[in-house]
Ligand binder design. Structure first.
Ligand code: NAG
Ligand code: NAG
Ligand code: NAG
Ligand code: NAG
Ligand code: NAG
Ligand code: NAG
Ligand code: NAG
Ligand code: ZN
Length: 733
């Protein structure tokens, strides 16, 4: 008897539990459903609210207080700080990843010098070798190294001086054309038009003994010596732009492979390093050198700069038998560079990665480059991590926050890591979003990416409120509005212009080697100069960012929000937001340009664009068919169908990668986009082909047939690869 009521109670309890369970289950499931079906708009609002400008400012204050040259103890300190922020921010897995790589350092106590010697060899003038602290306490740090260019050769050279303008190919060609020989002489050139390593390479190829680099006030202090740091963002007279002159990519001793323990390392003498010494100096010092050059060879009008001197070409000095001496004391050594990688695993597709990266190393204080970007990266990681901690929400796909080491030396941390994980990344990486300096100015957004991401970056920019109150007043409410107003696309003036990726930062290996669709973005200045004036100098301080460039960190906030919107779109959208038809339009326009330039030349030598044209048409048809017919039919409730579509989209860019590399440039695999071979910073489309056309145009009749063979071979490879890439969007063959 005693058992009966118990059974009833138990049964009743079980039924009640079941009902509650079903309700909880229902509630839970419907909640999940809600998260899956309307997550983007909801999560966008939550994320936008969470990002904090004052956090960004605090991070920047810390990051810009320490000179953290790659491979130094301070570099490890900063990489560890980023690791701690990632852990604190709630990421699932955080690692410090070391690589032992070849780095290059000046002699801390014995600065490199450039001297003028009189006819008896007595020193008439010598550069100071250091930048004078001007304002902020951190400028006085004993850890600030003397002026140098990384990977300059070690040594002392002496000779006459030749002025080579911006050191571009055409500048050296001009000197040659008027009979000024740089052989056995020292070249002085200005920064600001191309990557400094390309200047050094041209000088070395021309037989120069050494190179002196300076920043001309015409480009970097246009309001004169009175209007400079710390009162403005302009360049003071003894300020010097540091920077690498390495033309290669990644660790110079382990090309194409990761610098793992036990990896084969080239003997240093075989590494592709400059063979001549290079030294950067301030414009006050350059003025003294330029004023001492003889007046017999005047420089052209557009070679004149902003110094109080008429610029002459050289090579003689005004005073008979004077010379210039370049004393460079460098040590190249193996040192450890650290990446900090923080992972937030995805909810439904943990094996699909959206990577977001920025480098951590800097030349000195690095308040802009890279601290402005690192602060944004750290705040983004905190934002996503924090929301996961609070609500349990994670994006559909995995996020990887990547702090790169030794970028300044040649994108070393990102290259070694991408080389180590290439197989996995090729299969799983959806996209790579790069920031370096988050803001170089407050004029407008600037972005470079591949055509399939044009619409994603533009849509993200529409979501971000304009950080500039004057622009809002003028009716431009979003980052997109100012961008469109300031920089419309020439092909379609209803859209803001997006550029192509060169190789100025860590996106290089992802885009140009692995074929991972990549984006680079930042707020830019208005002037046409080659960089913001204080770039890579001692004066990239907290003061310049917090007081002069971005009080309140509103532009930083806008960049963080933009990157977050883009990250959300790429990691949360059920179907990847890749506009593949836009890629087809891009290829068509570029082929038009190539055809209009080279069709006759090609035809006269038995080469044809016919199959290239057919491949592009096939590419267009495939992308349109995919977008118009296949995508609308997608059953989004079928995870396998969704995964299939996304894999096809992801593979399109990979299809444009040739594992054998470009002609003569095995280190670059993407057939459409590559860094220019005359300026590492800028981008060429179909560089393999265009470079060969330029080469053949300058060759003798004996040399030409071999180049034509290469042209035909590469044309055939390009045509094949474009067609094959298009096939990734098709069901079968
Ligand atoms: C350098 O040379 C100039 C021109 O000959 C001369 O006026 C000046 O005194 C010299 N300076 C030194 C430190 O020798
Ligand atoms: C910078 O501003 C301060 C204070 O306004 C002024 O005293 C100083 O002369 C300025 N410096 C220059 C180089 O103009
Ligand atoms: C420029 O140099 C000349 C001498 O060559 C000198 O008289 C003049 O004062 C200098 N101007 C400035 C602004 O330094
Ligand atoms: C650099 O060259 C100087 C001679 O010019 C030599 O004494 C010194 O040992 C060299 N340093 C290194 C690190 O090779
Ligand atoms: C933009 O930067 C310039 C200095 O480069 C400054 O004068 C101006 O006030 C800034 N504008 C805004 C909206 O912060
Ligand atoms: C475009 O692709 C579709 C689907 O593969 C195919 O049926 C059609 O014939 C193609 N059109 C052209 C012009 O190649
Ligand atoms: C190569 O040819 C181009 C024209 O095709 C010309 O502008 C350039 O100066 C030439 N370069 C050399 C090194 O001869
Ligand atoms: Zn940078």
């Amino acid at each position: 008897m005693a058992q009966k009521p118990n059974w009833i109670l138990i049964c009743a309890a079980a039924v009640i539990c079941l009902i509650i369970g079903i309700l909880i289950g229902r509630y839970g499931i419907s909640n999940d459903k809600e998260d899956v079906s309307l997550p983007k708009a909801k999560m966008s609002a939550t994320l936008m609210e969470e990002i904090s400008a004052s956090n960004i400012g605090e991070y920047l204050k810390y990051l810009s207080s320490i000179p953290n040259l790659a491979g130094t103890p301070q570099d490890l300190e900063v990489a560890s700080w980023v690791r701690d922020r990632f852990i604190e921010g709630g990421l699932d897995e955080v690692q410090l990843v070391p690589y032992k790589v070849l780095l290059s350092y000046p002699d801390m106590s014995n600065p490199n010098q450039v001297s003028l010697l009189d006819s008896s060899g007595k020193v008439n003038f010598t550069t100071s070798g250091r930048q004078t602290p001007l304002f902020s306490s951190e400028e006085f740090s004993p850890l600030v190294q003397p002026n140098f260019n990384a990977y300059s050769a070690n040594g002392t050279v002496e000779g006459e001086l030749v002025y080579a303008n911006y050191g571009r190919k055409q500048d050296f060609e001009y000197l040659k054309s008027i009979g000024i020989d740089i052989r056995g002489r020292i070249v002085i050139a200005r920064y600001g038009a191309i990557f400094r390593g390309n200047i050094v390479k041209s000088a070395e190829d021309g037989g120069a003994l050494g190179v002196i680099l300076f920043s001309d006030p015409k480009d970097f202090a246009p309001e004169g010596r009175k209007s400079v740091y710390p009162n403005t963002t302009r360049l003071p007279g003894m300020a010097v732009q540091s920077g690498s002159v390495l033309l290669g990519y990644g660790d110079p001793l382990t090309p194409l492979y990761p610098a793992l323990e036990g990896a084969y390392r080239l003997p240093e003498a075989e590494a592709p390093l400059p063979k001549i010494p290079v030294q950067p100096i301030g414009y006050d010092e350059a003025e003294i050198l330029l004023r001492s050059i003889s007046t017999e060879n005047p420089a052209p009008e557009d070679w004149q700069g902003g110094l109080n001197a008429t610029y002459f070409l050289g090579s003689k000095f005004i005073q008979r038998k004077w010379s210039v001496r370049l004393q460079v004391r460098m040590t190249h050594k193996l040192a450890t560079a650290y990446n900090t990688i923080g992972i937030l695993y995805g909810r439904e597709e943990p094996d699909r990665y959206v990577l977001i990266g920025n480098h951590m190393d800097s030349w000195t204080l690095g308040g802009i480059d890279p601290a402005s970007g690192t602060s944004v990266l750290v705040e983004m990681a905190r934002t996503f991590g924090n929301i996961k901690e609070k609500s349990g929400w994670r994006p559909r796909r995995t996020l990887m926050f990547c702090g790169w080491g030794a970028e300044e030396y040649g994108m070393i941390g990102s290259y070694e890591w991408a080389e180590e994980h290439a197989k996995v990344l090729i299969q799983r990486a959806v996209a790579y979003i790069n920031v370096d300096s988050a803001m170089e100015g407050n004029y407008t957004l600037k972005s470079q990416t591949v055509p399939s991401l044009y619409s994603a970056i533009r849509e993200a920019a529409k979501m971000v409120p304009n950080p500039n109150p004057a622009e809002v007043k003028a009716g431009r409410k979003t980052v997109f509005d100012t961008w469109l107003w300031a920089n419309p696309d020439l092909n379609d003036p209803t859209q803001p212009r997006v550029g192509n990726l060169g190789s100025g930062s860590d996106y290089t290996v992802f885009s140009h080697v692995l074929g991972v669709p990549s984006v680079d973005l930042y707020y830019d200045y208005q002037e046409k100069a080659g960089s913001y004036p204080l770039y890579h100098t001692l004066y990239e301080t907290y003061h310049v960012v917090a007081n002069l460039m971005d009080p309140g960190f509103q532009f930083h906030l806008a960049v963080a929000r933009l990157m977050t919107e883009l990250t959300l779109d790429l990691s949360e959208s059920m179907v990847l937001p890749f506009d593949v038809v836009s890629y087809a339009h891009f290829l068509e326009r570029d082929l038009d340009k190539i055809e209009s330039r080279y069709t006759n030349l090609a035809a006269n030598n038995g080469a044809t664009f016919e199959y290239f044209r057919k491949a592009v048409a096939h590419f267009r048809n495939s992308t349109e068919y995919f977008t118009d017919i296949i995508l609308p039919r997608l059953d989004t409730s079928n995870p396998l169908a969704v995964r299939k579509i996304n894999d096809q989209l992801m593979q399109l860019e990979r299809g444009l990668v040739d594992p054998h590399g470009l002609p003569g440039r095995p280190e670059f695999n993407h057939i459409v986009f590559a860094p220019s071979s005359v300026d590492k910073y800028s981008s060429d489309t179909f560089a393999g082909l265009v470079d060969l056309f330029k080469t053949v145009g300058n060759q003798t009749e004996v040399e030409q047939p071999n180049t034509w063979r290469q042209i035909k071979q590469h044309l055939s490879a390009i045509s094949f690869l474009i067609g094959a890439a298009a096939d990734s969007l098709r069901e079968g063959f």
